[in-house]
Write a protein that binds this ligand. Structure first.
Ligand SMILES: Nc1nc2c(ncn2[C@@H]2O[C@H](COP(=O)(O)OP(=O)(O)OP(=O)(O)O)[C@@H](O)[C@H]2O)c(=O)[nH]1
Length: 300
């Protein structure tokens, strides 16, 4: 058991369009990718991914977040309000990665930099160094960058070829606070799990309710959270007539109970852990025709 204190913190990746933010995120998180529901510590943000790795013998959890409303293209009143929101959102992350492209320091880059609050650790990430023929070529540019602000680190790298990503991990880890992890170390993606959970319920519906069950019945996962290692899942079965609802619930609620119980057992086997499942049946008249409702259910 490694007795080193763990480190954990929230990291925002900012930069003008096309500098390689998404590529960097993918490179950093790679197969560790786990989209998770947000915890109180990150409520101002959407969590894009969590990566847990030992960096220089310190177990470190990197939580990458999205900063909503980041907008630098037009500067009007609305954007000023949005920018204020960005400032607030960025003020409570632990580290900001300001991503730029090697050899380019544009007004848009500078605008993004201005939005990074002083007092939050800031790392300049100089991306796309693979486009340079010689390693040293980047040095004058790094020098120029260092003159723009008092950065905690300046890291040249290539998000595309994964070159020097380890240096970035080390630089960020050094800036993260010592604290316990916010997420389980082996957090799996919850998207597929959520999807699998809905599928298990659908399968039981078809098995146990049978042929009378219309195709217009759907399952929506309202809540999927991991609480103390246990998956807590709330699901709604949407039907379009109350007669269908009665059919699914069954006499004295027997049928729904069985659907829930069998689906839960399947999920526990599938996820390898305990599951608390609650299911409701709701009548949504004509739900399949209602575009906005469909959208809110996650259909295109
Ligand atoms: N040569 C090179 N190209 C890169 C690198 N990283 C990203 N790119 C390319 O740069 C382009 C933009 O990359 P994205 O990751 O989509 O950039 P972004 O900053 O997320 O862009 P927006 O989503 O528009 O904000 C893509 O064509 C990438 O393939 C790199 O390290 N080297």
């Amino acid at each position: 058991m490694n007795m080193a204190e763990s480190k954990c913190g929230v990291i925002a990746v900012v930069g003008r369009p096309n500098v390689g933010k998404s590529t960097l995120m993918n490179g950093m998180i790679g197969e560790h990718l786990s989209i998770t529901s947000s915890k109180p510590q990150t409520t101002r943000h959407r969590v894009l991914g969590v990566m847990t790795e030992t960096v220089k013998e310190v177990p470190t959890q990197f939580i990458f977040v999205d900063t909503p409303g980041f907008q630098t293209k037009h500067s009007n009143a609305l954007n000023k309000t949005m920018n204020r929101a960005v400032l607030t959102a960025l003020a409570d992350v632990n580290v900001i990665l300001w991503v730029i492209e090697q050899g380019k320091l544009t007004p848009a880059d500078m605008k993004v930099l201005e939005l990074c609050p002083k007092g939050v650790p800031l790392v300049a990430v100089v991306n796309k160094v693979d486009l340079l023929e010689k390693k040293n070529e980047v040095l004058p540019f790094l020098h120029k960058v260092s003159g723009q602000r008092n950065f905690d680190a300046i890291v040249p790298l290539s998000a595309q070829t994964n070159k020097n990503l380890d240096s970035l991990k080390e630089a960020v880890s050094a800036l993260l606070p010592e604290q316990p992890f916010f997420y389980d170390e082996d957090t799996l993606t919850d998207r597929p799990e959520k999807f699998l959970a809905a599928e298990r319920i659908r399968e039981k519906l078809f098995r146990l309710v049978g042929d009378e069950l219309p195709y217009t019945c759907t399952v929506v996962i309202d809540k999927f959270e991991i609480e103390e290692g246990r998956r807590v899942i709330h699901a709604s079965i949407l039907v379009d007539r109350s007669s269908h609802k009665a059919m699914i619930i069954g006499k004295g609620g027997e049928k729904l109970k069985r659907i829930g119980s069998e689906a839960r057992q399947d999920m526990e086997r599938l996820f390898g852990g305990s599951v608390h499942l609650e299911t409701w049946v709701k009548v949504r008249s004509g739900w399949a025709d209602n575009a906005s409702l469909l959208q809110s259910l996650g259909y295109e």
